[in-house]
Design a protein around this ligand. Structure first.
Ligand code: SAM
Length: 345
């Protein structure tokens, strides 16, 4: 999934640090999981915990981390639906047109019917149809909790493929982009089985760290002022399907209570301090950028304060070159992985 700060390209770098520093580790925690690609990758070898304050991230995690075998959809099979993903993707338009107007939140809000252009009308209705049907199946007890999360995640994962945006949902394009003409399809998420007791959470990272402990803690916080929820509000609403009261031309859902301290210059250092202080993990690995709100010096100071100073190490990953705002001056931005070992009882 297209997502700010997604670490698909850094998976091998993170793995190298884990292999070097924590060869005996058994548990891996991805505390700011986003798309959950890091947690999914490490699920191959470890018992995994994952977490995020975004609900749609939690749904993606539940479907791929906590769900440990492809659900069998027994209740649906009994009703003749052997493959719910194909069931939705093959559904004829005439059938979807039967969905009552008041159950069409996506079409009424994010599509031309609602004077917006995040999705075309037909795709928005496809999402409404699938989402309402899954909710009905849950209410009727036809799908288990795991099946429910799996299906909602597959619905959410399909949306970026047809969204008329440049990747985030802070705004939509004024003209239709090529991808928005494609037919929306529920995306069949792969499920990896590791036979372990993997767990997902939906809460503030620092609060969660008071409850859990383990071997490797991977921390990938936001590093600049862009809050995640306003940039992914459409996916959040697809996951919750809670008919929020949206505002303005961009149809933002309220997010005052979901702001992250990691996106605020005045709060980020204290938030990071609390996180590291609370951590009961022996190996701590932080992903950050030299472009971030925290300076490298602040990070070093905080990680050495709670960890063993002699174990502190920075792994630099050349990332991208671009022209700095100061005219003519070229600046190299770097991603880094920062490691410290912590004494845990
Ligand atoms: C850089 S992204 C993580 C990207 C992720 N590693 C990936 O590969 O997709 C940062 C994530 O931190 C989450 N976040 C921000 N503040 C948080 C907090 N206090 N507790 C938990 N999650 C938080 C955001 O919702 C966002 O998904």
């Amino acid at each position: 999934m297209r997502f700010i700060g997604c670490k698909t390209l850094l998976l091998d770098n993170i793995k190298q640090v884990v292999d070097e520093k924590a060869p005996d580790a058994e548990t891996f925690c991805d505390i700011f999981s986003g798309t959950s690609v890091v947690a999914r990758f490490f699920k191959q070898w470890y018992e995994v915990y994952s977490n995020d304050i975004l609900y749609f991230s939690y749904v993606l995690q539940k479907a791929t981390i906590e769900v440990d075998a492809m659900p069998d959809f027994f209740g649906l099979r009994e009703r003749g639906i052997t493959d719910p993903i194909a069931y939705f993707n093959d559904m004829p338009s005439e059938e979807m047109e039967l969905l009552p107007q008041e159950r069409r939140f996506f079409q009424n809000t994010y599509a031309p019917t609602g004077n917006r252009m995040y999705l075309n009308d037909e795709n928005a209705l496809r999402i409404d149809y699938a989402r309402n049907t899954v909710e009905d199946w849950k209410q009727a007890g036809i799908v288990t909790e795991k099946e429910y999360f799996y299906l909602v995640a597959c619905i959410v994962e399909g949306i970026p493929f047809v969204s008329n945006t440049s990747g985030t949902y802070g705004a939509f394009h004024k003209n239709w982009e090529r991808r928005s003409f494609k037919k929306y399809e529920v995306y069949r998420l792969p499920v990896l089985s590791n036979g372990k007791h993997n767990q997902c959470f939906h809460m503030d990272g620092a609060a969660l760290l008071k409850q859990i402990s383990g071997d490797v803690l991977y921390i990938d916080p936001p590093y600049n002022g862009r809050q995640y929820l306003p940039n992914y509000h459409v996916l959040e609403t697809a996951a919750k399907y809670d008919y929020p009261e949206v505002r303005g031309i961009t149809a933002q859902r309220p997010y005052e209570n979901n702001k992250s301290d990691f996106c605020m210059k005045s709060k980020v250092a204290a938030a990071f301090d609390e996180l590291i202080a609370n951590a009961r993990f022996k190996h701590i690995i932080l992903s950050y950028s030299t472009d971030g709100l925290m300076t490298v010096e602040q990070i070093e100071m905080i990680m050495k304060k709670y960890g063993k100073p002699e174990t502190f190490q920075i792994y630099w990953i050349p990332y991208r070159r671009y022209k700095s705002r100061e005219q003519g001056k070229k600046e190299e931005l770097k991603e880094m992985l920062v490691y410290v070992e912590k004494q845990v009882e």
